[in-house]
Design a protein around this ligand. Sequence first.
Ligand code: SAM
Length: 355
Amino acid sequence: MTYANELISRLASAHDLEDSELLYLLKTRSDETDAALCSAARAETDKIFGRAVYIRGLIEFTNICKNNCYYCGIRRENGNVGRYRLDKSSILECCRSGYEAGFRTFVLQGGEDPYYTDDVLCGIVSGIKENYPDCAVTLSVGERSYESYKRLFDAGADRYLLRHETADTGHYRRLHPQDMSFENRMDCLQELKRIGYQTGCGFMVGSPYQTDEDIVKDLRFIKSFQPEMVGIGPFIPHSETPFAHMEQGSAEKTVFLLSIIRLLLPMVLLPATTALGTADRDGRINGILHGANVVMPNLSPQNVRALYTLYDNKLYSGAEAAECRAQLDDSLRPYGFYTVAARGDSPMTHPLSSG
Ligand code: SAM
């Protein structure tokens, strides 16, 4: 048995490794270690979730953002994107069509758009919960105050996705302008968890200046934070950002990391992200084979989908589109996977039978 294989079997049984061991796996990544990790991670996923894949209807409800992250296509200073925001009735219409298609989780994601005050956003969340009481609402609207997170939770929001982006302060500074703060983002994550949200963190794989040492810090943070969800996807450059000419992150490294994360946190809800599907046409199924168990097809109105351009060539049609659930099912079936019309709560906080 090679040293790498020994590490993988220890990771699969102990669900942890030393930082230096994680670094070794990253630095020596090969087709062989990938295959060993992939089969251990999928076996772990099968043990807990079987072959079920949870679906979330993603509603990208505003591309207006007050922030200026260097990597993001909807950053404030990009003057070449048509901006839009959806009102409550359009969002409810997205939920109606999503509900019909079998979605029982709606993810409201958007830029940090000041139009969505607590009153406005709480009205939207409670409107969804009144109309679809059997559905979960996930928010992904960036950094807000503790009071705001609490009000949204009390209005009915169940989950919150806030990628930490990087667990290294120096790396954070190279990805964000001075008016944004690593400490604030990390504090937000702690507050979300304290309030009682099923909380998700995550990072881009291959973001500019990222080292394998940074990734080990990300993995260590994830292991200690114990999130219910982790979102990772390759960095993909956007032509209208300061990182336009930076190299794209690797889909192969992303799926390798999905397997490591599955083994570090066996019960985590782990999406095969749109960015992964964009970077590699087989990315989504490859992600699921590596231990992902969530997909988030797009439920936004057709006329705005092309405007939520976080990165170039972003997918939003075919099996990435919520109205094409049958196509998604067809793409999963040959591998023995199937989508389920269920809330798909975290087994860390809810018993798995909770429909
Ligand atoms: N504004 C919210 C926030 O900051 O959490 C949610 C929306 S934000 C656009 C969602 C995620 O998109 C970010 O956390 C980031 O990791 C990812 N993202 C942004 N630009 C990207 C790019 N160029 N390539 C890949 N992912 C990107």
